[in-house]
Write a protein that binds this ligand. Sequence first.
Ligand code: ADP
Ligand code: MG
Length: 247
Amino acid sequence: MLTIENLNLSYGNFQALINVNLTLHSGDIYAIIGPSGCGKSSLLNILAGNVNNYSGTVLLDRQKISYRKKNIGLIAQDYGLLPWKTVHGNIILPLKIKKLNISDFKDKIGYIKERLQLTGLENRYPNQLSGGQKQRVAIAKTFIMELDLLLMDESFSALDAITREQTQELFLDVRNEKKPITLFVTHSIDEAVFLGKKIVILSGVPGSITAIIDNPTYGKSDSRKTTEFLDICTGIRDLIKKEWGTY
Ligand code: ADP
Ligand code: MG
């Protein structure tokens, strides 16, 4: 269980997040939609342990969230790849950090690389990759790990439309093995409704939660064709227009 209570974050005298409260239970997938600059990346960085100067409570399984005690994976908005490591080196880095045996993950690494069309690119460095390829390396690196908490920051945004949908399917397939609590930020209403059990709408500066929408259609590969799916998308679009003015 992930518990966020009365979370506030300031950078100097600039307040980025105000009074954020969220409780996610085992296996929950929440989508976060919010305008640029409302603190979405800051929220994920707090959960990943990269930002510590917040006030309020953040607990994972009733203990103060800790990267050392738990397996927490963040697919960062800037991909977070090490420029001096190859694609392969970047992909196996989280396993090495957690001192896991790479050979135990050989099949999974091969499967994920194949599904993300990274096979053959293993020896390249990040500066020899396109934006979409870099993003797929960042996704592979995180999907290989068995996680307690998965955080994705606009993680499919650089992918072309078809690859994006294939990667969403991969996400659902990978989740079927172990279901980490997942929070993902997206600007795509369609993606939020396809994957998110609940959709959290953030607004304003400082960012705060303005709505949490239930989405019974989530996680089903054929949901996009249903009228219920379209109705939820329309409801979110109308709400966002009202909250943000335009979208
Ligand atoms: P989002 O991901 O929703 O676009 P961010 O969490 O990246 O928003 O940023 C929220 C606000 O905090 C922005 O106004 C941004 O400029 C500011 N901000 C982010 N990181 C820092 C930082 N390290 N120092 C100062 N201000 C920051
Ligand atoms: Mg961001």
